[in-house]
Design a protein around this ligand. Structure first.
Ligand code: AVI
Length: 312
C-alpha cells in the first residue's frame, strides 16, 4: 500500500475543508490524461514552453557557461515532450552531456526512453523512476556540473511553504555553479487562464475524477464517479487556480482498505489542486529566499510563461 497516499486520504478527507494532494493525480492513467491536457490548444503552457525551448535553446546553453561534460537532470520528465527541443539542439551541436530524466510514472519513463532511443540515438541517457526527493540525493555524488530541469510549471502545484522547501532541497543537493532551469507560468489575462483549466472538453474534469478512480482501485473504495463534478476558479489577485471536486449529493464513501468512511454534504467541495501563476518580481523573491541568483528569464513571445535560469 502507498502509505503516503493513505495518509493524505485520511488527513484530507477528515478535514473540515476536505482536500487531497494533486501529486496523486499521476498514476499511469492520470499521466496519460495529463498528456491529453498538454495537447489541448487552451492549455497554452505547453506551446509557450515549447517555443522557449526550441527557439532559445542556443541562448540557454550559452548562459550555462559549463565545462563539458555536464549533467542534465530532469525532475518530472513525463513523456519528455517538453525537453526534446533542448536535447535535440545539444545533440546536434555535438555537446557532451548526460541526460537523467526522473519521473514517478514507470509508463511515462518507458515511453520517453523508447522515443529518445529512436529519435536521438546518440543521446547518453539514464532514466530513473521514483520520487524526486529520493532520486536527487542519489544523483548528487557526481563531480561534473549539473543543470536541473524543473519544467512545465510544476512548481506552481506546491503550496507556498512546500515550494520554498522543495527549492531549498534542490539548492542543498546542488554544487556551487550548478544551474536550475525552472518553468513558471506568468500572470496574464484571467480568461486565458480560466479556459486552460476549466476546459470545455472536460479533460481536466476527467483528470480530477481519475483521482477518485485511483482511490477506488488502490484502497477498495466505493466513490460513485457520477456523483462528483469538477469546478475550478482563478483568482487574479493571488495568481491561484484552485481545482475542486464537488459532491453532487449527500453521500457516504467507504474506503475498505483504510477501514474508514467519509461523509460528503451536497455541494461540498474537495480541493484537489493548486496551480499558481507568478508575477516576475514574485519569481525573483522566491529565488532569493531559497538561496539562488536569477540569471535570465527566458520567456515566450506572448510573455505567457518563463523558463528562468537560476544559479547556486
Ligand atoms: C503539472 N502541472 C504543472 C499542471 C498545471 O498546470 O498545474 C497540472 C494540470 N492541472 C490541470 N491542468 C494541468
Amino acid at each position: 500500500m502507498n502509505k503516503q497516499f493513505a495518509n493524505d486520504i485520511i488527513t484530507g478527507l477528515s478535514a473540515s475543508e476536505k482536500h487531497l494532494s494533486s501529486k496523486f493525480f499521476y498514476d499511469d492513467a492520470g499521466s496519460r490524461i495529463f498528456q491529453e491536457i498538454m495537447q489541448m490548444p487552451e492549455y497554452y503552457l505547453t506551446n509557450s514552453e515549447f517555443e522557449i525551448l526550441s527557439e532559445q535553446a542556443g541562448a540557454i546553453y550559452k548562459a550555462l557557461l559549463f565545462n563539458e561534460p555536464f549533467n542534465i537532470v530532469e525532475l518530472g520528465a513525463g513523456d519528455g515532450s517538453k525537453t526534446f527541443q533542448l536535447l535535440e539542439y545539444l545533440v546536434n551541436k555535438k555537446i557532451d552531456f548526460h541526460y537523467t530524466p526522473i519521473d514517478i510514472s514507470q509508463e511515462a519513463i518507458d515511453i520517453l526512453s523508447e522515443k529518445l532511443k529512436e529519435t536521438l540515438p546518440q543521446l547518453s541517457i539514464q532514466p530513473k523512476v521514483g520520487d524526486y526527493f529520493e532520486m536527487l540525493k542519489e544523483t548528487k555524488a557526481d563531480e561534473i556540473p549539473s543543470l536541473l530541469l524543473f519544467l512545465g510549471g510544476n512548481i506552481g502545484n506546491y503550496l507556498e511553504a512546500e515550494a520554498l522547501a522543495l527549492l531549498q532541497l534542490f539548492y542543498q543537493n546542488m554544487d556551487k555553479g550548478d544551474k536550475l532551469l525552472i518553468g513558471m507560468d506568468i500572470k496574464k489575462n484571467p480568461i486565458t487562464i480560466h479556459e486552460a483549466y476549466f476546459d470545455r472538453h472536460g479533460i481536466t474534469k476527467r483528470f480530477n475524477i481519475n483521482l477518485l478512480k485511483r482511490i477506488n482501485r488502490e484502497f477498495e473504495a466505493d466513490f460513485d464517479l457520477e456523483a462528483f463534478d469538477f469546478y475550478c476558479h482563478y483568482s487574479p489577485e493571488t495568481g491561484e487556480v484552485k481545482s475542486y471536486l464537488v459532491s453532487l449529493k449527500e453521500q457516504v464513501v467507504a474506503i475498505k482498505g483504510l477501514e474508514k468512511s467519509f461523509q460528503f454534504q451536497k455541494n461540498e467541495l474537495l480541493w484537489t489542486e493548486l496551480s499558481k501563476k507568478y508575477a516576475i518580481p514574485e519569481i525573483e523573491q522566491l529565488a532569493e529566499t531559497s538561496g539562488f541568483k536569477v540569471l535570465t528569464h527566458f520567456k515566450d513571445s506572448k510573455q505567457y510563461f518563463t523558463d528562468s535560469l537560476w544559479v547556486k
